[in-house]
Design a protein around this ligand. Sequence first.
Ligand code: F3S
Length: 387
Amino acid sequence: MFLTAEEEAVLAGEEGPTRQQLMEILVAMGKVFEAEKMVPIRSAQVSGASYKTIGRWGLEWLSSLDAKASVPAILNPVGMDRIRWKEMEIDPVFAKNQLDVIAAYERLGIRLECTCTPYYLTITEYGDHLAWSESSAVAYANSVIGARTNREGGPSALAAAILGRTPAYGLHLVENRSPVLSFHVEDAPEKSDESWYGALGYLAGKIAGNRVPIFTGIRPSRDQLKNLGAAMAATGATALYHVQDITPEARVFKYDTSALESITITASEVADVYSSAEPDAVAIGCPHCSDEELTKIAEKLQGCRVKKPLYIFAAKGVITRSAESVGIIEKSGARVFADTCMVVSPALEQYKTIMVSSGKALAYVPNMCGAASVIGTLDDCLSAACR
Ligand code: F3S
């Protein structure tokens, strides 16, 4: 792997032990994946932020580092709302450890937005090289924006944030971005909500694994694409997908799909993912809600009073921009929390059955919260909470 003189100097420890250790991580990855060189990145998104997932050893490692991010870098959701954690009934011992993790990242120059939707807050453009680590953010950046990032782990994203570069392999190379599998969706409803694309992605991810698929027969909106990619990244390892005539690279490259393996998914298979089980809590915002989703929820909750816990998650910056909608939502008794989500926070471990509108949360809630999960449309979720 070719290293510039500057990269060689960092690797030799001339810029201190932290930068040396982080360069060792990037060089080791580059060698494993046969990268020819490093590529400069425009931004990083760093996971491994919830104390629930990284624990004491993660905190100790972060505390041992001494360097600063050299490119814009944003943190993944943590285990609680940084301000309203008491309202989430977070154990004070957990909160103390979580605040220590956050402080360690702040010291490293990572922006404390704590979100899996950094694309709502920062400018990311077609062709940008990135080092993002949260799997739904990776799928969105690659597929919906046409930027280029591999699925980084927490330490490699942090190393890239601090050193401003990442090994050029995998999805940084245009030859690895073409579809190798085609999904034809039959009888897709003309009008469907975001959850339908989550349920579709829940099925498609299991089939695609880590292959790059292209969809035909659907015309999703941006929020629907967000849910589709998040679910595929959860039940499979999808980091990039295309939708014929919709996503940017599918429009630029006009892929010939005639020779690809082709799989049909029918609307009735998607319908079978839904369940009518009665939840004891409802959680929306996986990935974190957009401004438009908060507006839609506020319109539907106008004048209602929730009778079961209804959690909604979004980035702090989006919540601040959508103050009016958030006010209406919270008047109903629902809570809109920042910085965290139903999967990485311990707050939802107290429930037996959680209804979600996301294919990714449907896949992760059982393992991460110890609760059964069911998927419903946004209307199903809100009426379950208000029943
Ligand atoms: Fe984001 Fe948490 Fe879902 S990190 S994608 S809201 S599991």
